[in-house]
Design a protein around this ligand. Structure first.
Ligand SMILES: [Zn+2]
Length: 296
């Protein structure tokens, strides 16, 4: 099952223009004519109405800057600065990712992903000394040993496990409020394919064996640095749910009708889980997309 729509945080409306990252002269000139997206230490950004990012003139702005790319040939930079009074509303990516337009969703997702990486990787992993920002914010360089360190993305799998018919497995993490459920997820381990990670995580979390592991689509999830790889998988053999590693507080088989009737509270539209569940609900038992919008 491939997703019927691009997940909201996978949308893009700008050109990363990565070829310019190596040119300090080009970046300096681009800064003069560009626009800036302020990202605070808490990863909030200023909003304008209707929900859109407030992109500011760069004059007078100070703080670490990252070149995000070109939007309609205008250079866009993320700038690290505290919240101020120039904007009435500040919001983070989880709050507004699903309601921003394509361009702004792509800019904010990239800005937050870079900001979180810089904040968590201030030192050289080889010598322990402080590193310096380089190449428009896409590298950190160690001035002692000249080693370069690139933004990190951690692959994670997220999978809707179904029975080949009308039921799927939803689980609740202990930290989530009662009634809030989602599909299963976990990190890909070193030396492991994403398909093998799907099978391993399903076995560990709910004790089910799966087959027909099928790619659905992906979405960046920079909280702090994940790339969510979405799958569907069919459970085979004994379909009894067993919480083996206790990563989940509970997990249940639910039918489409039960989910549509509100048996559980589903994840928000900003998540790829929401997209995968919505598409599965819209598909019939044979896995064919029924087409058309769903009613929730
Ligand atoms: Zn070093």
């Amino acid at each position: 099952m491939l997703l019927s729509q691009v997940p909201v945080l996978s949308r893009v409306g700008h050109d990363r223009a990565a070829i310019h990252r190596d040119s300090p002269e080009w970046l300096a000139a681009a800064w003069e004519r560009g626009r800036a997206l302020v990202v605070t230490p808490e990863y909030a950004a200023p909003l304008a109405e209707p929900p859109a990012l407030e992109l500011r003139p760069t004059a007078g702005l100070a703080g670490d800057r990252y070149f995000l790319g070109l939007a309609d040939d205008v250079p866009i930079f993320a700038v690290r600065a505290p919240r101020d009074l120039r904007a009435d509303r500040w919001a983070d990516l989880r709050e507004v990712g699903a309601i921003l337009g394509d361009r702004d969703a792509g800019l904010l997702t990239t800005a937050v992903a870079l900001a979180r990486w810089h904040d968590r990787h201030p030192r050289c992993p080889l010598c322990g000394g402080p590193t310096e920002l380089d190449r428009g914010g896409w590298v950190r360089r160690c001035p002692v040993d000249s080693s370069e360190h690139f933004p990190r993305t951690d692959p994670a799998v997220i999978m809707l496990v179904h029975d080949g018919g009308d039921r799927c497995v939803l689980g609740r993490q202990a930290s989530w409020p009662p009634g809030r459920f989602s599909i299963l997820a976990g990190f890909v381990e070193p030396g492991e394919s994403s398909e093998a990670a799907v099978a391993r995580e399903v076995d560990e979390e709910v004790g089910l064996a799966v087959t027909d592991v099928t790619y659905a689509g992906s979405q960046p999830w920079p909280f702090p640095s994940s790339l969510m790889l979405g799958y569907t998988a069919r459970a085979v053999g004994d379909l009894t749910v067993v919480l083996r590693d206790h990563e989940l507080a509970e997990a249940v088989w639910l039918s489409r009708a039960e989910i549509r009737a509100g048996a559980v509270r589903l994840p928000p539209p900003v998540s790829i889980a929401h997209r995968i569940i919505t598409d599965w609900l819209a598909a019939d038992g044979a896995g064919r997309a029924a087409g058309g919008p769903t009613d929730w």
